[in-house]
Write a protein that binds this ligand. Structure first.
Ligand SMILES: [Zn+2]
Length: 372
């Protein structure tokens, strides 16, 4: 069975009843070697559970699934350049976070836990609430006052209890951390089982690319769960000798709240207080991401970079997606806006996951669309 391991100090903990973070306060990773046999996988139905031997759940009977995964990959012309868009918002709860929620709630069920807690600005909260409902687990979601009304309604609809916390995203995290002394912390950021689910995006890309990988991946970064999850998946493919290199990772943040961008560019940002401004990309407005060190390591190791984009550029990204027939939330358009800024390399295969449905942030479109 797998162990929890601290990437910072190396301490190990058993997964059963282990703490939600290390004694040294670092987030924990999972020490787990999956198996990928694509001859076997090819014969299975679509969805993340086709990679069964790579997902750290012991018993099939504990799997909590709503048929998530195997999202479309569509070649597109974006701002006059070629890109492959992976429609990773086509999920039961409307965002890629269902990948992580399915595996995390399966683990919760396996551990026999019947009450969980999560803090989220919306999409992760909705995903955890959906899979908690499916698993019959009592669920508490801590949210900031600024969360989209649509996302809050969705969380409520799944029967989760919403706790609205005054202040910014950090205040919400602090409130959740306090409560985590009492209730199991099913956090999409802290709990490594969530990332184990997110990694399936890399396996799907590998299959859809005819058992190869793109040259680069551009994605929005707040806490960096998609970036870390995708990297984990590519790393697993690399370790098993199925690919020779991992794609370059380009993370994009909204200028209004860009701690990872600042740390990457300025290098001595740590310790300063960031005053986030309001942004259309509320899904990635995270002033103090707990796994920032891991995110930066991946960016550097893959020879990628971190970009930031303005609110105007995000709106332009939204309109570009709309013009391609895609109704995504503004947070997803951050990656599109970042793609526009990168130089065009002929023949380069660029993949951009589109992460959340526009139906969740209906109100935001009043600002983005021109008035009639
Ligand atoms: Zn540690």
């Amino acid at each position: 069975m797998e162990n929890l391991i601290c990437p910072s100090c190396g301490r190990k903990y058993p997964p059963m009843g282990g703490p939600w973070r290390c004694e040294c306060r670092s987030p924990l990773d999972l020490e787990f070697e999956g198996v990928l046999d694509f001859n076997k996988i090819a014969r299975r139905p679509p969805g993340i559970w086709r990679y069964r031997e790579s997902l750290p759940i012991e018993e099939d009977s504990n799997i909590v699934s709503l048929g998530e995964g195997s999202t479309p990959l569509i070649p597109s012309r974006v701002f006059g350049k070629d890109a492959l868009l992976k429609l990773d918002f086509l999920f039961p709860s409307g965002s890629f976070k269902d990948r992580g929620a399915s595996v995390l709630l399966s683990k919760v069920k396996e551990l026999g836990i019947n009450e969980i807690l999560e803090d989220s600005s919306g999409n992760a909260g909705a995903a955890i609430a959906a899979y908690a409902a499916r698993a019959g687990v009592k669920c508490h979601i801590f949210v900031p006052e600024t969360a989209s009304p649509g996302k809050l309604q969705q969380i409520k609809a799944y029967g989760a209890k919403i706790h609205v916390i005054p202040g910014n995203r950090s205040d919400v995290s602090q409130a959740a951390i306090k409560e985590a002394e009492r209730i199991f912390f099913a956090s999409h950021v802290w709990n490594p089982y969530f990332l184990q689910g997110v990694k399936t995006i890399a396996f799907e890309i590998f299959e859809q690319f005819n058992f190869r990988v793109p040259d680069s991946v551009i994605l929005p970064v707040g806490n960096g769960t998609l970036l870390m999850g995708a990297y984990l998946g590519f790393l697993e493919l690399l370790k098993q000798g199925l690919i020779k290199r991992i794609p370059r990772f380009f993370g994009v943040q909204a200028e209004a709240c860009a701690p990872i961008f600042q740390e990457f560019k300025l290098k001595n940002f740590g310790g300063k207080t960031l005053k986030p401004l309001p942004t259309l990309a509320e899904g990635i407005a995270v002033p103090d991401p707990p796994r920032i060190g891991q995110v930066l390591k991946i960016i550097r190791e893959t020879d990628g970079t971190i970009l930031s984009v303005t609110e105007e550029e995000i709106m332009e990204g939204v309109r570009e997606l709309n013009s391609l027939g895609i109704f995504a939330e503004p947070t997803s358009a951050v990656a599109i806006a970042g793609f526009k800024k990168l130089p065009n390399v002929p023949g380069e295969r660029v993949l951009i996951p589109i992460t959340g449905s526009g139906l969740k942030t209906f109100q935001a479109f009043q600002k983005i669309l021109p008035p009639k």
